[in-house]
Ligand binder design. Sequence first.
Ligand SMILES: *[C@@H]1O[C@H](CO)[C@@H](O)[C@H](O)[C@H]1NC(C)=O
Ligand SMILES: *[C@@H]1O[C@H](CO)[C@@H](O)[C@H](O)[C@H]1NC(C)=O
Length: 411
Amino acid sequence: MFKASCPCHGAQSNNLCCLNICTVGGREQCLKITFIKLLALIIVVLVVLLTIYTNTDIIAFLTNKKQDIIPSWDYLPCDWSVDKIPRPMRHRAVLECGISTRIYYEEVPFNTTPAVTTLESHDPCLAHLAQSTWCNDPGMRVPRLVHYVWFTRHTLPLYTFVSVLSAVRHVRPCLVLFHGDVIPEGPYWRALLQLVPNIVHVRSQRPRQIFGHTLSSLITVLTFSPLNIFLLLVCHLEYGGVYLDTDSVVLKSLDHVRIHPVVMGTEVSGWNLCNGMMLSEKNSTFLQLWLATYVDFDDSQWAQHSTRVPYLLYLQKPDLVHVVDSFFRPNYVDIGKFYRSGEIHQWDDLLALHLYVRFHLKFFAEGQSAIQTNCTMGEILRYSLHGASDACQLTTLISGSDGISKKRKKA
Ligand SMILES: *[C@@H]1O[C@H](CO)[C@@H](O)[C@H](O)[C@H]1NC(C)=O
Ligand SMILES: *[C@@H]1O[C@H](CO)[C@@H](O)[C@H](O)[C@H]1NC(C)=O
């Protein structure tokens, strides 16, 4: 029991369990709560505060923010059109890196700017999140983080729209990172913002030097080799995750390969591994070795460093990388058959596919009508956007006299 004396008067309290306090005037006041009760009250308050602080549901409720779920999107209806924005509001991810690290979503009007959260490259918050439970699964080495590289102001094309949606569906990323100097624009970008709330822009400048070797402006424009080094450094060494070229589409879950430190795909058998799509844990040994070869970088031979060197390294150290024959099948030599009208080739065994659009820009030039093309690529686009439902099969799409079909017939 607590027996207090009042230091102001030195008078002994006649209540043994009374906490005496002295007011400014020196008058002795008896607080009508016992010390034990006071202690219990403090503990209860602390427990409640701690519960609130650690429980994101309660925080979300109190701060009117949406719960941090892994977002997915519903397959698009067959009459979907990129110009129709169905909802006036959308969700936008906010990253929080304080004592607790988390991703939450705020509801914002559709036209809100900035459209997405922007971080500077090398922001420690991102590295922190990338290693947190938000982005990782037990027993897996590659985090659920998707990376795109996006330099120079331009419109997001249909194939990148499909790429991001396919990655969100099959990888279930905690975040989709667009590394670059600007964010994309155009109707497909706006449609994407409605469907995918967890896109984040990581502001980065286009790399101009590799270990002191200046890159020729031609190569910089062509966006091949500098980006290799860029994604090696930034995407995979710092964070790990799934890197996708803007024309790579994921067709199945990649979970069973995320147990490996690095996953790459064969492009030309017995010759190279392509980096248009790759998975890696943070700071993998394989990527460190690969990066070290850039000391002898010669930008007249970008292909050497981007695809042949990883193959040679793989031959030397096959344990460091898992090679699949599924990302670049068919490769740039054979992909033409997927674009040929009236031909349907088998593709259901593929995990993902690099579309090599730079050889088939015409196919995508007419925008949304590419989805209604009678060829393997059309089927892949329909599957990726509408799911496998019969309602959106080509015959149904063509017989339905929606706006798109009409436009297409006119063209
Ligand atoms: C990667 O690992 C090496 C050691 O293997 C270490 O020196 C380096 O700082 C690490 N880099 C990052 C970005 O974690
Ligand atoms: C797609 O092309 C094939 C081969 O030319 C043809 O048999 C088939 O009827 C076409 N499908 C549609 C829906 O037009």
